[in-house]
Design a binder for this molecule. Structure first.
Ligand code: GDP
Length: 358
């Protein structure tokens, strides 16, 4: 397999054919190409800090050793842990690497690089059905502690679904903070979608009830529900989320209910711990991992997939409305592990990659 895995199966939201492109085939193709370039550039750009740290350390290891000995594996282990892949995942990766090196009778250092990225990619394959909900009538419960990027992610998702022709409604289910309601209203306006909100302090379940009725009446495709982000009392949280789910199931049985947890990627292993705690109180369908830009802890995406067995479905790589992408493990690993030392090399790779989609 070449440097870029040419898989087309898990297209990002931005990679889907935009609907407005019907002028002529050449224009449409050019616009799609530009959009794909933008998508991959944003991913590469967003992961700069993790990539810089990883590729520099990996370069040192791969160029500084001539043999696949214990020193090589020890240093590799250290680098992966530093990138926040976590002990358990790192251990699994190194064990697998040693096994494959033996199996393929590899004696050289360099082929190990591609082997390593392949092993890491294998740790996090997202099931093909992970995004089926986007094509169904869906109520999404967005959960997570305050500050992780829930509101921002809801706004970004709303805008992107809308761009793809979906009818979207937002429910301001975090009624504990007036600021949360106002902020969500701003995002709804920015995304050009409607919002159901009540006063600060009102019953969140009542907001969800109203929103579900509105979603049914307005033939909404995707209802995005914000929820309060408190973790201090597990029982309260569990009861509240269960109550919301009951309302959705009772009032809207034909809709699919998708619970996504938002985690702040820049907190590294803490994000993994939070996901574990939330998993104890509710079923999780997936993860939105935010703030991967501006952190060198991007390896956490790999640790989360490998250790939790809950797929990362979207990643946030910036604060702008377009900076949320579907998570594509192949591209993520390539964006992290490719030896992007020269700017022109990045351009060349992006071009090669886009050519392969024609
Ligand atoms: P909430 O309390 O969970 O709703 O968090 P917010 O949505 O208000 O986000 C908290 C802060 O994180 C805001 O300043 C956002 O702009 C910022 N933020 C959210 N997602 C991202 C991201 O992917 N990258 C960056 N750099 N900042 C983000």
């Amino acid at each position: 397999m070449g440097l870029f895995d040419k898989r087309k199966t898990e297209q990002s939201i931005e990679e889907q054919e935009p609907e407005h492109l019907s002028l002529n085939d050449a224009d449409a193709e050019k616009a799609v190409k530009t959009e794909k370039e933008g998508f991959f550039k944003r991913l590469v750009g967003g992961l700069t800090k993790t990539r810089d740290q990883l590729s520099e350390s990996l370069n040192q290891i791969f160029h500084g050793h001539s043999e696949l000995d214990d020193d090589f594996y020890d240093e590799l282990e250290e680098v992966l842990i530093m990138a926040d892949l976590g002990l358990e995942t790192t251990d699994r990766i190194i064990t697998d690497l040693k096994r494959r090196v033996k199996e393929y009778k590899i004696k050289e250092i360099e082929p190990c690089r591609e082997l390593l990225s392949g092993i890491i990619r294998d740790q996090m394959m997202v099931d093909d059905s992970a995004y089926d909900f986007e094509e169904q009538t869906t109520v999404m419960l967005i959960i997570g502690v305050n500050g992780v990027g829930k509101t921002t992610s809801i706004g970004k998702l709303a805008a992107q679904y809308k761009k793809r022709g979906k009818k979207v409604l937002i429910a301001a289910g975090d009624t504990f903070r007036a600021a949360a309601i106002d902020q969500l209203k701003t995002w709804a306006e920015r995304a050009g979608v409607e919002i159901i909100a009540q006063q600060e302090g009102s019953d969140p379940a009542a907001v969800i009830y109203d929103a579900v009725q509105a979603a049914k009446a307005r033939h909404v495709d995707i209802l995005l529900c914000d929820t309060a982000g408190r973790l201090h009392n597990k029982k309260n949280l569990m009861d509240e989320l269960a109550k919301m789910r009951r309302i959705i199931e009772k009032e809207y049985p034909e809709a699919h209910c998708e619970t996504l947890i938002v985690l702040d990627g820049s907190t590294g292993q803490n994000a993994l711990e939070q996901a574990k705690q939330f998993r104890e109180v509710t079923d999780l369908n997936g993860i939105i991992l935010t703030k991967l830009d501006g952190t060198a802890k991007g390896g956490i995406a790999i640790a989360i997939q490998a250790e939790l067995d809950v797929p990362v479905k979207y990643i946030g790589v910036g604060e702008k409305i377009d900076d949320l992408q579907r998570f594509d493990p192949s591209r993520y690993v390539e964006a992290l592990f490719a030896d992007f030392t020269v700017r022109s090399e990045i351009e060349m790779l992006i071009e090669e990659d886009n050519d392969s989609w024609k």
